[in-house]
Design a protein around this ligand. Sequence first.
Ligand SMILES: NC(=O)c1ccc[n+]([C@@H]2O[C@H](COP(=O)([O-])OP(=O)(O)OC[C@H]3O[C@@H](n4cnc5c(N)ncnc54)[C@H](OP(=O)(O)O)[C@@H]3O)[C@@H](O)[C@H]2O)c1
Length: 265
Amino acid sequence: MEYLKLNNNLEIPVLGLGTYSLHGAECERCVTEAIENGYRLIDTAQMYANEKSVGDAIKHFNRKDLFITTKLYSPGRSYEKAKSDIEKSLNNLQTDYIDLLLIHEPYKESLDMYRAMKEAYACGKIKAIGISNFNKNLYLDFISKCEIIPAVNQVECHVFYRQKDLQEILKNHGTVMQAWSPFACGRNNFFSNPVLKQIAEKYNKTSGQIALKYLIQSGVSVIPKTSKKERLKENINVFDFSLTNEDMTKIQTLDTGKSLFGWYK
Ligand SMILES: NC(=O)c1ccc[n+]([C@@H]2O[C@H](COP(=O)([O-])OP(=O)(O)OC[C@H]3O[C@@H](n4cnc5c(N)ncnc54)[C@H](OP(=O)(O)O)[C@@H]3O)[C@@H](O)[C@H]2O)c1
């Protein structure tokens, strides 16, 4: 596993397992198999309603080896609610601390929620705090008021919507960009894209592995989701090769500059 350094010196695995849409026993199995196959970062959220299943899986492993991310969702939209939601996540995850806690999306109460997060951070219940789905303007506004610069901004990012400009701004202020839906959730014929396929053949890899490597090599953390054991193994098998500058440039031509999900303009 490779790691990126966050602005408080905590190291975050550059690749982890996304758990959106995984529930119950299936979620527990996937998280267990992921950890057994070398994953260290597990990405969950209150909104996914699977923190308890993630907790049931991670309690069988050495907590110190793992990096657990979760996210505060809209019910936590006040300082007090965020405070109690942090406790709920700790309970669900059955852990003393969360490695990274994010605000799931921009809310008008984000700064109030962040205040509760900063307090939990100060007393060691959270090792790093950050945000998700903040575009350039929302991010710049947030950091002008928030006191602790978010360690991470988790946003839509894949070969069709690379968000290079946003990454540059985040980097200049000390925030790591993390890619959600690094496979664009399969949209736009992602896995049969001819540019990715052609490069994949050259390295004896799959299109998915090339797409992940492209983001990792660009300094972006990735959290692909799969429910299949073989794909768990495939998706983490990206650390034994490097893309050339020429390949990186070819993949960059796939960037349309447009979101495939259209959540936050
Ligand atoms: N912060 C946010 O607002 C936000 C938003 C969206 C997502 N996320 C996070 O980001 C994670 C990843 O995003 P995502 O789940 O939307 O999509 P994704 O990781 O881009 O793609 C997942 C899809 O690709 C398939 N897949 C996975 N590996 C594959 C492979 N090697 N070959 C072919 N197909 C493969 C999966 O199917 P199978 O399961 O059948 O393999 C699933 O349908 C989420 O799980 C969640 O943790 C966060």
